[in-house]
Design a protein around this ligand. Structure first.
Ligand code: MLT
Length: 366
C-alpha cells in the first residue's frame, strides 16, 4: 500500500449525483449536442447519461445502470472504430498521460490508441526510463504531470491505493490501470462488454473465475462488476490462492467486504454448466512463495482444458485477461479454440477505454 494513500475500499469516489428528471432531460440534450459535434454518434449512446464520476478507480461502488452506460457508450465507440477513418475530434485539445510503473502491453497500447482515436494528445511515461529511476517519488511525478497540463492520468502501479493518492493530490482525472492486487476496472469493463455481446443479459449467467484469485486485481474488479450485473460468480483455485476474507470466512482478514460469490476448490465441479470460464495467470510477481507444490500439480488440478470445458454449457466462452502462460492455467488448444474470446477481449479493450475517456472528459469539451 502506498504511504498516506487512503485504503482503496474506504476511499470510495462520490456516488453519481441524483438529478431530477427535468435536469436530466436538459443534461441529456446538452450531452447529445456535444457528442454530435464530437462525431461520436449520440443517437447510439444510452439515454441514461448520469455517469458523473470524476475518476475511475474501482468498480466496487458501481451500479448495474452505471456499468450499462459505459457498455452502451462502448457500442458507439465500436461504430467509430469500424469507420474507414477511425478518428473523431471528441477529445481534441485534451492531454492524456499514461504513467506505468509495471509492465503492460494490452492496457497501455489500447489506452494510447483510444486517446488518439478520440483526437487527444497522448504522452506515455513508464517508470523505466523516466525520473522515477532517479528516485523521484510518486507524488513528485504526479505534480510534474499536473504541471504539464494533463487532463487525465492513466496510472498503473505495483502498490494498491496509488491511484487514490493521485486522485486526491492532483487536479487531473485519474483512471486506475491496475494497482497491485487491488483493482483493474477497465479490464473488468471490457470483460463485461465481451460477455454481454456474446451472452446478452448477464443476470443468472454462471461465470467461473479460476486461478490466482488472491493476487488478481482482474478477479477483484470482475467480482464487483459481474455481481452488480446479476451474474452468478464462482471462484475456483487452491485455498492458498483465494483471498482470506471471502464470504466472511475470516472476519479478521484485511479484506473482508468482497461481494458475495461462490467458492469451489474443485474445478471439475465449478465448471459444470458454466456459461463462461475466465482463466487467470499465476501472479508470480505478487506471490510470497510456497503457495503451490509445483506448477505441474497446479496445471493438473486447475488448467482450463478441453476435457474440463466439456463439462461447461455447450458453447461456453473462454476468457483470459492476458498475458497467457499456455500450458499452465490454460491449454493451448482452449486458448486458441473456437470458444475463446481472448482476441475479442483485446479488441473490445480499445472501445471500452474510449468510452471511459469520453465519459470522464466529455463535460469539458473545448
Ligand atoms: C493485469 O495487469 O492484471 C493483467 O491484465 C493480468 C495479468 O497480469 O495477469
Amino acid at each position: 500500500m502506498v504511504k498516506n494513500a487512503p485504503s482503496p475500499r474506504k476511499a470510495r469516489v462520490a456516488p453519481p449525483s441524483q438529478k431530477r428528471p427535468a435536469q436530466l432531460t436538459e443534461q441529456r440534450a446538452k450531452t447529445e449536442r456535444r457528442s454530435n459535434a464530437a462525431g461520436v454518434g449520440a443517437e447510439r449512446l444510452s439515454p441514461d447519461t448520469t455517469w458523473q464520476r470524476r475518476h475511475l478507480l474501482d468498480l466496487d461502488d458501481f451500479s448495474a445502470a452505471e456499468i450499462a452506460v459505459v457498455l452502451d457508450t462502448t457500442d458507439a465507440m465500436k461504430e467509430v472504430l469500424s469507420r474507414d477513418v477511425p478518428r473523431v475530434p471528441a477529445l481534441r485539445g485534451k492531454t492524456i498521460v499514461t504513467l506505468f510503473y509495471e509492465a503492460s502491453t494490452r492496457t497501455r497500447a489500447s489506452f494510447e490508441l483510444a486517446g488518439k482515436v478520440l483526437g487527444a494528445d497522448v504522452i506515455n511515461v513508464s517508470a523505466a526510463g523516466s525520473s522515477v529511476q532517479k528516485g523521484e517519488a510518486l507524488l513528485d511525478t504526479i505534480r510534474t504531470i499536473q504541471a504539464i497540463g494533463a487532463d487525465v492520468c492513466i496510472l498503473r502501479h505495483h502498490s494498491a491505493g496509488a491511484p487514490y493518492l493521485a486522485a486526491r493530490e492532483s487536479t487531473f482525472r485519474v483512471i486506475n490501470a491496475g494497482d497491485g492486487g487491488h483493482a483493474h476496472p477497465t479490464q473488468a469493463l471490457l470483460d463485461a462488454y465481451t460477455l454481454r455481446s456474446q451472452l446478452g443479459d448477464l443476470r443468472g449467467r454462471k461465470i467461473v473465475i479460476v486461478g490466482d484469485i488472491a493476487h488478481s486485481r482482474v478477479a477483484r474488479s470482475n467480482m464487483w462488476s459481474l455481481t452488480a450485473l446479476g451474474a452468478e460468480v464462482v471462484l475456483c483455485g487452491p485455498p492458498t490462492l483465494l483471498p482470506a476474507g471471502l464470504n466472511g470466512a475470516a472476519p479478521d482478514a484485511e479484506e473482508r467486504d468482497l461481494p458475495p460469490v461462490r467458492v469451489e476448490h474443485d474445478l471439475d465441479i465449478a465448471i459444470e454448466d458454466a456459461d463462461a470460464v475466465m482463466a487467470l495467470r499465476l501472479q508470480h510477481e505478487r506471490q510470497s512463495g510456497g503457495l503451490l507444490p509445483s506448477l505441474r500439480e497446479y496445471a493438473r488440478l486447475y488448467q482450463v482444458n478441453s476435457e474440463r470445458m466439456a463439462k461447461a454449457k455447450p458453447g461456453a466462452l473462454v476468457l483470459h485477461p492476458g498475458p497467457i502462460n499456455e500450458g499452465v492455467e490454460i491449454s493451448t488448444e482452449v486458448a486458441h479454440g473456437s470458444r475463446s474470446v481472448v482476441e475479442e477481449q483485446v479488441a473490445n479493450g480499445v472501445a471500452v477505454r474510449m468510452a471511459v475517456l469520453y465519459l470522464l472528459l466529455r463535460g469539458e469539451q473545448p
